[in-house]
Design a protein around this ligand. Structure first.
Ligand code: WTA
Length: 658
């Protein structure tokens, strides 16, 4: 055994807290232990039938023609029918689909499944008048308003594939995506609310359309009432367009689609400047997101109020705010704004108001709440919560435990769910009524998913080992390629190992067979021949009582190969000092080992993050190396970079003096 591996195991063993499922929870859980006994085909056959309603049943479960898979072949179905119409037909029209909470205080709407159906039908009829039909590519650029899921569902009703572009993206990004997909219609809104100010979506859309000539029609929802120019012939107000349109479902029947018809593209960044258009198709995607949502979140549609606090503009919102929950007849919360507007207890106020039972969010959000302190949560009654979820990045054990203790009253299971834009659905996660939880571990592959860890040479690594996360078999919601780029698809995911999906994440398996995700493999550092994950060091740093957040990267070093640089945000009221710096370095040495001691610690009031909340480690690495900065357009607050640069320079100057 190599010293790195031994070291990795030691680190994993440091986390000894265990949380078995609460008895009452386990007794009523949607997934019991025997779910793992089902065979791969048996499981997905069953889910295909139980989770979805078909116009024509599928005749073949899947076909695997590496690196392309097809699922539920021969079947005909419609996503909107599954998410809306069938529920209304079954008598659930009066059930709330979304409790919508606008960012301005007091703005609320309740949308039942019947309301959703009439809005979708009217809007689909309006889109039809604009020439949208089966196969017409549509772009959607909106904030978190109920009309966003309405627009997506209207597209799926007609069989028109969509691409939703996150409302924080620039005109260039929007144009690039629309051009890549060949979008003919764009749906947007006048402005969006964000932390009390107005985001000019239509204005940005205008700039984007100037560079995307194929867009012939633009539908504009009036949200804030702000003044926006409308171009005659091209731009249409949503409310004018739907006026007089029928809301009778028979006036606009759900288009019967083949299982493998394109449902949507979701663009995501890769290693080059051009984002990849990840292809998701109809039946496998819907089945995958519905099944995972049902078992992992233990959804009891008649009792639960479910809230995924992501943005619909990302894959998490597609799969776990729109398609999975609606397919499962869930009652969800949809919140328009930021967690700290008008105050830092906004989320907890929402949880209390609607009696939210299941909350799904990202570690970065949890750490923000940690930074603000637990007193905001304490102002509200959170006793309705029974399950918490996490997604998007490795969750450090301290954040995991804080989340459970301060939000979940030390009583709720926390499911750490691993997946990607490409996987469409959660692939590695605990099942809350079955799995003994370990803070920091996503635990086990979902039933019907074959994940493994491989070494450089493609050998499967056993319990106790570490390497690259791979998937050995296709799964229903897997990407069907990169839009228009077969070569990049093969190259990115299938070139490292034969017929095996390379996720780009590092992982370890412990002695119980539980998976510990280590972040992207490009974030792994090598210091004096020791492999150390940036995440590990970050986790150790935030374990220090004074640290709110930390981001770690490496820089080149002439003696050790790479040296660790840590950017640290202290909790409110804690002051940076040379003594504190030494304390933090020692703390890391204590938690992991002296080899993981950061060579530099830069104190900074904020870390640079993408708009989806991911820390931009590549950027930090550039700063650490004194390299010119690459693309920062996805950065939430570009001013943070300048601040960090000047602090890093100061720190260098001090070092030189010393
Ligand atoms: C990371 C978000 C550790 C991972 C759904 C993956 C995670 C990337 C987890 C995908 C988790 C997501 N634990 N890492 N529970 N969930 N990741 O495409 O590096 O925005 O490859 O999809 O996020 O990010 P994406």
């Amino acid at each position: 055994m190599s010293t790195e591996t031994q070291h990795a195991i030691d680190t994993m063993l440091l986390e000894e807290r265990r949380y078995p499922p609460p008895e009452g929870f386990a007794a009523r859980a949607n997934a019991k232990a025997d779910i793992y006994d089902l065979g791969f085909e048996e499981f997905w056959e069953r889910e295909g039938r139980e989770r979805l309603s078909w116009f024509e049943p599928f005749t073949e479960l899947y076909r695997w023609d590496p690196p392309y898979a097809q699922w539920y072949l021969g079947g005909k179905l419609n996503v909107c029918f599954n998410c809306v119409d069938r529920h209304v037909a079954a008598g659930h029209g009066g059930k709330v689909a979304y409790y919508w909470e606008g960012e301005p205080v007091g703005e609320r709407r309740q949308i039942t499944y019947a309301d959703l159906q009439s809005e979708v039908v009217r809007f689909a009829n309006a889109l039809r008048k604009l020439g949208v039909r089966r196969g017409t590519p549509v772009a959607i650029y909106m904030g978190m308003v109920p009309e966003l899921p309405v627009a997506m569902l209207a597209c799926t009703r007609l069989g028109a594939p969509h691409t939703v572009v996150f409302g924080g993206f620039s005109a260039d990004s929007l144009a690039g995506r629309m051009n890549d997909m060949g979008c003919e219609v764009l749906i947007t809104q006048d402005e969006a609310w964000r932390r009390g100010s107005r985001v000019p979506l239509k204005q940005t859309a205008d700039e984007a359309m100037a560079a995307a000539p194929a867009v012939r029609d633009c539908v504009v929802l009036r949200r804030t009432g702000g003044d926006v120019p409308m171009r005659e012939g091209r731009d249409h107000w949503w409310h004018e367009l739907v006026e007089g349109e029928s809301d009778d479902p028979a006036s606009c029947p759900c288009e019967p689609m083949s299982s493998e018809d394109l449902l949507f593209l979701m663009y995501t960044s890769g290693t080059t400047a051009k984002p990849k258009g990840i292809v998701h198709t109809t039946a496998g995607y819907l089945c995958g997101v519905a099944a995972t949502h049902y078992y992992i979140f233990d959804l009891k549609p008649e009792e639960d109020v479910y809230w995924c606090a992501a943005d619909i503009g990302w894959i998490t919102g597609h799969s776990y705010i729109v398609y999975g929950p609606l397919c499962n007849l869930a009652t969800s919360v949809l919140y328009e704004g930021t967690p700290d507007y008008p105050d830092k207890d906004r989320w907890w106020e929402i949880v209390e108001r609607y009696g939210v039972t299941i909350l799904y969010t990202a570690p970065t959000a949890i750490r923000s709440h940690m930074k603000w302190g637990p007193e905001y949560a304490r102002r509200h009654d959170l006793s309705s919560l029974r399950l918490l979820g996490s997604v998007g990045e490795p969750i450090n054990p301290e954040a995991w435990v804080w989340y459970r203790e301060h939000i979940g009253s030390d009583r709720t299971p926390v499911v750490d769910t691993w997946w990607q834009t490409e996987t469409g659905m959660i692939l590695i996660s605990p099942l809350p009524g079955v799995t003994t939880l370990k803070p920091g571990s996503a635990t086990k592959p979902f039933p019907g998913v074959e994940a493994a860890v491989y070494d450089e040479h493609g050998n499967e690594v056993g319990p106790g080992g570490g390497g690259y996360l791979v998937l050995k078999r296709p799964w229903p919601a897997m990407l069907r390629g990169i839009f228009g780029d077969d070569e990049r698809y093969r190259d990115t995911y299938w070139s490292r190992y034969e017929n095996t999906y390379f996720a780009g994440d590092g992982a370890r398996i412990d002695r119980d067979g539980d998976f510990w995700l280590l972040g992207r493999v490009d974030d792994v550092m090598n210091v004096s021949g020791h492999r150390i994950s940036t995440i590990e060091v970050e986790s150790a740093l935030v374990d220090h009582p004074d640290v709110a957040e930390a981001a770690v990267c490496s820089r080149k070093d002439s003696t050790t190969g790479e040296a660790i640089v840590a950017y640290v945000t202290l909790k409110a009221g804690r002051e940076p000092s040379v003594k504190k710096l030494q304390e933090l370095r020692d703390h890391v040495a204590r938690k992991i080992g002296p080899i993981a001691k950061p060579a530099n610690v830069v104190f900074t009031p904020e870390l640079p993050k993408t708009r989806s909340g991911k820390i931009m480690r590549r950027l930090l690495r550039d700063i650490a190396e004194n390299r010119p900065l690459g693309d920062t357009t996805t950065l939430a607050d570009p001013a943070v970079v300048a601040e960090i640069q000047s602090r890093a320079a100061e720190e260098k100057a001090q070092e030189a003096e010393a």
